[in-house]
Design a binder for this molecule. Structure first.
Ligand code: HPA
Length: 236
């Protein structure tokens, strides 16, 4: 047990999928995993462990924002021995060619600040995805025929942004979408020699104002979960 995760040692798999929303963790576990068992409910941040095509997988909610994700990812890595951590979540589209329902596989994640900023000080560290996961995710997405974009994303500290100029700079520099967690996950993975990736579904669009209707969310999020599982276990 850790401060924020009630699972016993051994109840968490080496491969962990991390949606922001604990109820999405429940849905994904019930939909994709065999014999899914609830292993954490501290603070309602649900986590489940089961198997996918014979491989053990944990799906653990991360909460919203980098400070929350940092707590769960640190404890998963340091206490439970997680080695592969894949964020599955939603993001806002930032480019005209990125449509809602599309999937973004995040090669890099730009930030202004993250919980690790204090370590890096004047350094602009470049948080990047694990290549083997990225490559396998792209292959899976292509095989599934999912409309997918691969490139940089922006991990923001705020959902309700008061600095439109920051979004403008991201758009100008080709950033595909905005979310709030991936950069810190990539930084922690680098620090602890783990593998990390973020596979995101575009749920809303900053330029068009379009948003995914609630009724359509499950199917779109399903592709993202399948891509993440296939990235973790490309030979399964
Ligand atoms: N901003 C930040 N995070 C998000 C967004 C957004 O527009 N959409 C989904 N996650």
């Amino acid at each position: 047990m850790t401060t924020h995760i009630g699972a016993q040692k051994g109840e968490i798999a080496e491969t962990v999928l991390m949606p922001g929303d604990p109820y999405r963790a429940k849905w994904a576990a019930e939909t994709f995993l065999k014999d899914a068992k609830l292993v954490n409910e501290v603070r309602g941040m649900l986590g489940f462990t089961g198997t996918w095509n014979g491989h053990r997988v944990t799906i653990q909610g991360s909460g919203m924002g980098m400070p929350s994700l940092s707590i769960y990812a640190n404890e998963l890595i340091s206490t439970y021995g997680a080695k592969t951590l894949i964020r599955i979540g939603s993001c806002g589209g930032m480019q005209p060619h990125v449509g809602i329902r599309d999937v973004i596989i995040a090669m890099t994640a730009t930030t202004i600040t993250s919980p690790s900023s204090g370590i890096f000080r004047e350094m602009n560290f470049a948080p990047c995805a694990d290549w083997s996961l990225l490559q396998a995710a792209v292959t899976a997405a292509q095989e599934m025929g999912t409309n997918t974009h691969v490139g940089g994303i922006y991990s923001s500290d705020v959902f309700y942004a008061e600095r439109p100029d920051l979004d403008e700079q991201m758009v100008r520099h080709g950033v595909l979408g905005v979310e709030m967690e991936a950069a810190e996950l990539y930084i922690l993975a680098a620090r602890h020699k783990c593998r990390a990736l973020a596979v995101l579904t575009v749920s809303d669009h900053l330029q068009t104002g379009e948003a995914l209707p609630a009724s359509e969310r499950e199917q779109s999020f399903g592709d993202m979960v399948e891509i993440a599982l296939k990235a973790a276990f490309p030979d399964a």
